[in-house]
Design a protein. Sequence first.
Length: 182
Amino acid sequence: MKIYTKTGDQGLTSLIGGTRVPKSHLRIECYGTVDELNSYIGLVMCQEIDSHFTMMLKEIQDRLFTIGASLAADPEKSKMKIPDLLDSDITLLEQEMDRMNALLPELKHFILPGGNTVVAYCHIARCVCRRAERLTVQLAMESFVDEKMTIYLNRLSDYLFVLARKLNLDAKTDENIWLPRL
């Protein structure tokens, strides 16, 4: 099977369901950004981190594929069965954040991205996640989007922030706090 189809050479692509849209369509931008996020999470997973976090990030990658598949489907025409995002997926992120926060020092300042390489990658993933969330919220204003997806992306960006803090703590790296010049 060839990987290239030449069907997108004119700047159009197909949604699940067959609808052809420009590659600049908001729906394409949404799932493309979710794919970018998934790639950055893969980069975090390639670093030396605790196996629990690797397993958790693998689970998150699976959920992001679910979100991407849903975003890639034409809500009006797709008949394909797409995996569901569950309330328990959101709850898992919240429980993981609570577990990590219990081990972290109280947050008294804004944190600047950085500290070490894996933490910087977490912050990049967090920023891409926020962009995916903003785009998905925008798409939901004009087309059906399961609200669990925007909630999940919102929680995931928070999770990535807390994970960055926890990985900094585990590496015994000082947090890069913001002390505004007044």
